[in-house]
Design a protein around this ligand. Structure first.
Ligand SMILES: Cc1cc2nc3c(=O)[nH]c(=O)nc-3n(C[C@H](O)[C@H](O)[C@H](O)COP(=O)(O)O)c2cc1C
Ligand code: SF4
Length: 360
């Protein structure tokens, strides 16, 4: 079971394995497009994270960082694919810690979710095909590719740990590589990695196992997962529950999301609150690690009610914090404060540091 129901508050400590965060609010990963073209952290990245940390959020999940240099998607994404990037990550971690927040590095291979970009070689994916925008060929991964990819995720996680991050989050949602394996619309394999949900989850589980082995038992590992893919023929909620339960053997928390890049807006349907809450509540009944709900969390009263009535332990916010990085500090003073983000998604696909309300 997740946290027991009872007297709990949004400003209570959130525990994820050995991680202790000052409250239950989590900045959900939001691509900023502020790294340099080689994935290095820039002063602009530092500024964004400093502002978020000073704004009161308990845990910051970074924007997705690529684990291989052919796996990035939008330009100026941060990298964790090589050791030379670690010193700047260390500085980023120090600047977040100084303001009292925890920081978790999200790691990803966008693969077929990426467009052609500068790449000549096909993206690696679950099956042969083309990227959703039709510009990049996708090649089905071989057994050797899968071993190498799992090792790349593991090495990136280890770099995050060496840099002093409080945890690492495996991006298993939104139609990127691991999510493609789970989604029958993408995954047409006829080997032991395709077909049944037991087969489709095999590679994501191998990645989670490799990450756990690389960082040891006590370093917090999270995974972000689709409650369902939100597309016809995609992974269903029942299947996703099975995947999450299996992943729980390797991770310390599960962040619940939804949607599939290129098919459904990653930010979810415009204007709606509490997306995926019923799935997250059901999952919290089935696993004994914290479940974090992300998607349309907008009002303290709504989140407090979920805290009171379900086992959901934490609440992720992406767009509201892109619009108001100090939103959590506002809520600490006045829980009735209404965020200015209207969930219009005009900041999507990014970079998610430009709310339209700030544009001239
Ligand atoms: C501009 C933008 C960039 C995003 N980048 C990421 C990302 O890097 N990794 C990720 O897992 N989700 C990403 N998301 C999805 C968010 O983390 C979140 O799941 C989604 O926006 C719903 O939460 P919200 O209603 O609080 O915005 C992004 C969303 C937006 C709007
Ligand atoms: S553009 Fe601004 S108001 Fe619209 S969803 Fe993005 S952060 Fe919210």
């Amino acid at each position: 079971m997740g946290d027991c129901m009872g007297e709990q508050h949004l400003f209570d400590e959130l525990r994820i394995g050995s991680l202790r965060a000052r409250n239950r609010f989590v900045r959900a990963a939001t691509y900023e497009g502020a790294a340099d073209t080689d994935g290095h952290i820039t002063p602009e990245v530092m500024r964004i994270y400093r502002e978020l940390a000073h704004g009161g959020v308990g845990t910051i999940i970074t924007s997705f960082a690529y684990v291989r240099d052919d796996g990035y998607h939008p330009s100026r994404m941060m990298g964790l694919d090589r050791d030379e990037l670690v010193p700047a990550w260390r500085e980023l971690v120090a600047c977040v810690h100084e303001a009292g927040a925890a920081i978790v590095a999200q790691i990803a291979y966008c693969g077929a979710g990426a467009g052609k970009g500068p790449f000549a070689a096909p993206a690696l994916g679950a099956s042969d095909g083309t990227s959703p925008d039709g510009t990049r060929e996708v090649r089905a991964m071989t057994r050797d590719d899968m071993d190498a990819m799992a090792a790349d995720f593991a090495a990136a996680a280890r770099r995050a740990q060496v840099a002093g991050c409080d945890g690492v989050e495996i991006h298993g949602a939104h139609g990127y590589l691991l999510s493609q394996f789970l989604n029958p619309v993408w995954n047409h394999r006829e080997d032991e990695y395709g077909g049944s949900i037991e087969n489709r989850m095999r590679f994501p589980l191998e990645v989670a196992r490799a990450v756990r082995a690389a960082v040891g038992e006590t370093f917090p590992v999270l995974v972000k997962i689709n409650s369902s893919d939100g597309v016809e023929g995609g992974m269903t909620e029942d299947e996703s529950l099975q995947v999450s339960e299996a992943l729980a053997a390797y991770v310390d928390a599960i962040e619940v999301s939804g949607t599939t890049y290129g098919k459904v807006k990653i930010s979810g349907p415009d204007g709606q609150h509490g997306l995926y809450a019923s799935y997250a509540a059901a999952l919290a009944e089935r696993v004994d690690i914290p479940v974090i709900l992300t998607g349309g969390n907008r009002l303290c009263a709504e989140m407090q009610e979920l805290l009171d009535t379900t086992g959901i332990a934490g609440f992720g916010l992406a767009r509201p914090l892109a619009s108001e990085p100090d939103l959590i500090a506002h809520w600490e003073r006045d829980a009735g404060y209404e965020p200015r983000c209207v969930s219009c998604s005009r900041c999507f696909p990014g970079p998610g540091r430009n709310c339209v309300l700030d544009r001239p």
